[in-house]
Design a protein around this ligand. Structure first.
Ligand code: NAD
Ligand code: UDX
Length: 458
């Protein structure tokens, strides 16, 4: 029985290893992490992350061939294959601060592997990394005093949160990059063999290490670029009376463009897009390509503009003052279907609202604990799981995360309990705007003109 050890039990490591363990019963899969509390949670039914369908997969394989441990160094040498899935956030200090990837966790892991290994291993880059990181990894591993053969393979992860299990079960593609040497190609085949248990062979694509590393950054940059493109057009729609939903539909029906990732909103969030594009831009700059860097950076700048624009439209609609006004924030997760709030547009929007001295009441079906933590130093913030409670007495609702349950609420009841005039700013264009205006709301949408209530209801 071969042993896979995955270092990093987060949003990627946990679900990915659970699905590998499910489909590959002849492998022993161990997930390790320095965060002992996280490992303890993986051993219960209250998993450390919310991901639809994840608990079922974990329960089916935990204790069979999937195990969680916090003694990282003791586990390393048992592995034939090590997946490294540690976090690679944006660097917050020194050279490249605010742009480059912070590789300290990555390098620490590489050194641990070098120090603790006494037998040959394949080391798989699962984290998203700057192109040519494998070179640094190889240098660290080969400097090991233990005279061990290591082969480095790149296998970036493309799952999206909220749909991680589906994305892992039926990936559009699995990408594996390795050196062209015989040992590199043998390692590549070992990793192909794992995925071939459930992924059709034609969906497993192989390449060199650098192309694999760069393809991951590029995929995220392209996805985010589509969102910034449509958000840019949403601003023009609001000025011209066009409706961005109709524009997106017409544009996306061109088969060369396609309909996905053309939804205008409050801007993209999540732990990946911003970080990976900034990292891509930094790499371009580093390699003497400032024009290319500026091109990609603009995708992030437009995203910041979109969040500011949302708050400005609230301010403009509500008589240019939000001071002391109660605003119900519907949704804090960075998108529906997850409890993750990392780089959520909600955080940036709440900060801007707080600067305006608004009083916030935040509600979210899954992300309230994270919201509390993120806003723990903010003044005038309350939290409730109940959207009716959040909206009671509020001057406005700001819908930031398009949870489907927000469509099902009784907006007549909500309207009755709000201060008047009652404003609703739908950052996801999620609700039935005509119906809301008929109830009496002043409805503001992204990328379409506002809807006023009929005169008799005001
Ligand atoms: P995460 O923060 O949820 O998990 C990373 C884990 O690594 C943490 O639990 C941390 O404690 C652990 N860790 C850090 N250093 C360690 C060490 N030396 N030894 C043991 N454990 C250590 O991060 P994530 O969201 O799972 O992302 C991991 C990587 O995957 C990142 O590079 C990210 O860019 C990439 N990625 C993320 C997603 C996503 O949707 N979240 C999708 C694709 C790729
Ligand atoms: C993303 C990539 O999709 C995934 O392939 C990669 O592995 C990790 O980064 P994730 O961040 O989990 O996944 O979610 P995603 O569904 O891509 O959404 C990212 C952000 O874009 C969210 O804030 C979402 O609300 C926003 N978005 C998405 C839009 O604003 N409009 C859209 O049309 C689609």
């Amino acid at each position: 029985m071969k042993t896979i050890v995955c270092i990093g039990a987060g949003y990627v490591g946990g679900p990915t290893m659970a699905v590998i363990a499910k489909h590959c019963p002849e492998y022993r899969v161990e997930v390790v992490d320095v965060n002992a509390a996280r490992i303890a949670a993986w051993q219960t039914d209250s998993l450390p992350i919310y991901e639809p369908g994840l608990l079922d997969v974990v329960k089916a394989v935990r204790g069979r061939n999937l195990f969680f441990y916090d003694d990282v160094e003791d586990r390393i040498d048992r592995a034939d294959i090590i997946f490294v899935s540690v976090n690679t956030p944006t660097k917050g200090f020194g050279e490249g601060a605010g742009q480059a990837a912070d590789l300290q966790y990555w390098e620490r892991t590489a050194r641990q592997i070098a120090r603790c290994s006494t037998k040959a291993k394949i080391v798989v880059e699962k984290s998203t990394l700057p192109v040519r990181t494998a070179e640094a990894l190889e240098a660290i591993l080969h400097a090991s005093e233990n005279d061990v053969a290591f082969e480095v393979v790149s296998n970036p992860e493309f799952l999206a949160e909220g749909t991680a299990i589906r994305d892992l079960e039926e990936p559009d593609r699995v990408l594996i990059g390795a050196r062209a040497t015989p040992s590199g190609q043998a390692a590549l085949e070992e990793i192909v063999k794992i995925y071939a248990h459930w992924v059709p062979r034609e969906n497993i694509i192989t390449t060199d290490v650098w192309s694999s590393e760069l393809a991951k950054l590029t995929a995220n940059a392209f996805l985010a670029q589509r969102i910034s493109s449509v958000n840019a057009i949403s601003a023009l729609c609001e000025r011209t009376g066009a409706n961005v939903a109709h524009v997106s539909r017409a544009v996306g029906m061109d088969r060369r463009i396609g309909p996905k990732f053309l939804r205008a909103g409050v801007g993209f969030g999540g732990s990946c897009f911003r970080k990976d594009i900034l990292n891509l831009a930094y790499l371009c700059e580093y390699h003497g390509l400032p024009e290319v860097a500026a091109y990609w950076r603009q995708v992030v700048e437009l995203n910041e503009f979109q969040k500011r624009r949302f708050v400005r439209s609230m301010l403009g609609a509500m008589f240019n003052t939000l001071a002391g006004k109660r605003i119900a924030v519907f949704g804090f997760a960075f998108k529906p279907g997850t409890s993750d709030t990392r780089d959520s547009p909600a955080m940036a929007i709440c900060e801007l609202l707080i600067e305006e001295h608004a009083q916030l009441v935040v509600t979210d079906p899954r992300a309230l604990d994270n919201a509390r933590e993120d806003l723990k130093d903010a003044p005038d913030c309350a939290f409730t799981p109940d959207p009716y409670e959040a909206a009671r007495g509020a001057d406005a609702i700001a819908l930031i995360t398009g949870w489907p349950e927000y469509r099902e609420l009784d907006y007549e009841r909500i309207f009755r309990q709000m201060a008047k005039p009652a404003f609703l700013f739908d950052g996801w264009n999620e609700l039935d705007h005509e119906a809301l205006a008929r109830i009496g709301f002043h409805v503001y949408r992204v990328g379409a003109p506002p809807l006023e209530p009929p005169p008799e209801s005001t």
